[in-house]
Design a protein around this ligand. Structure first.
Ligand SMILES: *Cc1c(COP(=O)(O)O)cnc(C)c1O
Length: 375
């Protein structure tokens, strides 16, 4: 069915708008439905969400199922209050949406549809160029440095905005708060968006422990800084679709206006209840993030032993280059054994694999397969 749908020979675009005709939609990582698959390709969490999430959703269904006939809270007040409290902010500095992908779409419409182009790294989340096209925003891609790090000095040209994933994907490398501060200072009339989808996996052992890593710590200082995050990775809730943005009240108000001009109820009652319960269960969150960090460090060590070059990751995935650089061959060989990793066939990334951090058992299966390959 899906093959037929995407076959342009049988799809009649006569009635489509030019906009629909000219889109090139984002292609998400595949979600194959086979048993016994070792799925390390889309950066989902290997752990279940907090048990409190299911309890909260079940409570809504058990006690307030009749209320599903009513619309949910349009501004997700309880969830925003919980997120505000977690981050030491006011609720008016918090926005939530149906996944951070939706939040990012509203960001493009609210802040980036301007005369000047926006800037983003050339190797980053591949949805940014898609949004740019959707919203007719010109995007100038700024090359990563040779070591794949974001070179903050390369973003000095006049622009209508900047968007950077931090930690970046698929590299896992972290940009310092000093660099983010520099970008926000240099471009006071442009919104600087820091997409922190992976920030909860930053290894704080590297720096002094009480030093903040999230750019949320800078939003009181910079009225042009917006930080987005998601429940999809560190909160094991990719299936619930909840994302958020933190920033100055005026930025949040713009997002709210845009949301209310598009879809006033992006988060349903169950998602609001589940996400709020997740925020309130801090111990579970901290424990599972730490487990992912520990598993990442051990997988990095094991792959290094096998001759892989592994970038120092601060995310729930690693970006690794096999000894001979033949990542495409390794990805296919793994696939034959039911292990799915991500290979980006672009000039600078084609020798690397992006491998999502899994469970210890999944890592064993991966390492065993790689060991066999190298024999
Ligand atoms: C996963 C991811 C997102 C999207 O998250 P959702 O909340 O699931 O829509 C956004 N940005 C980056 C960099 C991501 O990796």
């Amino acid at each position: 069915m899906s093959e037929l749908m995407s076959d342009t020979r049988i799809i009649d675009t006569r009635l489509w708008s030019n906009k629909a005709r000219n889109l090139s939609p984002y292609v998400p990582g595949e979600q194959p439905q086979h048993d016994n698959l070792c799925k390390l390709n889309t950066n989902e969490s290997p752990f279940p969400p907090s048990p409190k999430v299911g309890e909260a959703i079940n409570a809504v269904l058990a006690e307030q199922a009749d209320e599903l006939r009513l619309y949910p809270a349009p501004e997700s007040d309880d969830l925003r209050a919980a997120l505000a409290q977690l981050n030491g902010l006011d609720s008016k500095q918090v926005f939530v949406g149906n996944g951070s992908d939706e939040v990012l779409a509203l960001v493009f419409a609210s802040f980036f549809m301007k005369e000047q182009p926006i800037l983003a790294p050339d190797i980053s989340y591949s949805f940014y160029p898609v949004y740019a096209q959707t919203f007719d925003v010109e995007l100038v891609q700024i090359a990563l440095a040779d070591d794949f790090s974001v070179d903050a000095d390369a973003y000095s040209q006049p622009c209508g905005g900047i968007i950077i994933a931090n930690p970046n994907a698929p590299t896992g490398l972290l940009l310092s708060l000093a660099d983010i501060r520099k970008l926000a200072t240099e471009h006071p009339d442009a919104v600087i968006v820091i997409d922190e989808a992976y920030i909860d996996f930053v290894n704080t052992d590297d720096s002094s422990t009480d030093q903040a890593v999230s750019a949320i710590s800078l939003i009181d200082e910079f009225d042009n800084l917006l930080v987005t995050q998601t429940f999809s990775k560190s909160r094991s809730l990719a299936g619930l679709r909840v994302g958020m943005a933190f920033g100055n009240v005026s930025l949040i108000e713009a997002l709210t206006r845009m949301k209310n001009s598009f879809n006033s109820y992006p988060l349903d009652k169950l998602a609001q209840a589940g996400a709020t319960a997740s925020v309130l269960d801090k111990p579970y969150f901290e424990q599972t993030c730490q487990q992912v960090i520990d598993l990442r460090e051990s997988l990095t060590a094991q792959l290094t032993t096998l001759g892989y070059q592994v970038l120092p990751s601060h995310a729930n995935f690693i970006f690794a280059r096999p000894k001979d650089g033949n990542a495409s061959m390794v990805a296919s060989a793994l696939r034959e054994q039911g292990i799915i990793v991500r290979h980006f066939d672009q000039p600078r990334t084609q020798e690397y694999l992006r491998i999502t951090i899994g469970t210890a058992a999944q890592h064993k299966r991966l390492i065993d397969a790689l060991q066999e390959l190298s024999n």
